[in-house]
Design a protein around this ligand. Structure first.
Ligand SMILES: [Zn+2]
Length: 122
């Protein structure tokens, strides 16, 4: 009588403690980086596109964008809608652009003021 003992030495699945932070990709410029450097946008069940302020708490399909208004403007031309598989309404577009403008407030890129009118030849 031969009893074949099968070795059931299952390698214990040790928790991956030092794994890198989840990488995300901006849907506009395709730059990838740490999740914290992006803003998550979600498509609500109603089809509206919202900024996920609670950091991945909002349910629904998500997309990521840089904290850069240029990326938001670019994404609103199509990439964001394609990524979220929805159609962005004018109201949502306006809201998202308004939100994006907040990212530019702390940059020192000053736009040349167009109010430099000279009427010295009167
Ligand atoms: Zn970007």
């Amino acid at each position: 009588m031969t009893t074949t003992m099968r070795a059931t030495t299952r390698t214990s699945t040790k928790p991956d403690t030092h794994r890198p932070a989840p990488q995300r990709t901006c849907v506009a410029c395709r730059r990838s980086g740490d999740q914290s450097s992006f803003v998550r946008l979600v498509r609500s069940p109603e089809g509206a596109v919202l900024v996920d302020e609670q950091r991945r708490r909002a349910p629904g399909r998500g997309a990521y964008l840089c904290r850069d208004a240029a990326c938001w403007t670019r994404a609103l031309k199509g990439a964001l809608a394609a990524s979220l598989r929805t159609t962005i309404t004018e109201a949502d577009r306006a809201a998202l652009l308004a939100r994006a403008e907040r990212f530019t407030t702390d940059t020192d890129v000053a736009e040349p003021a167009a109010g430099d009118e000279r009427e010295g030849d009167a």
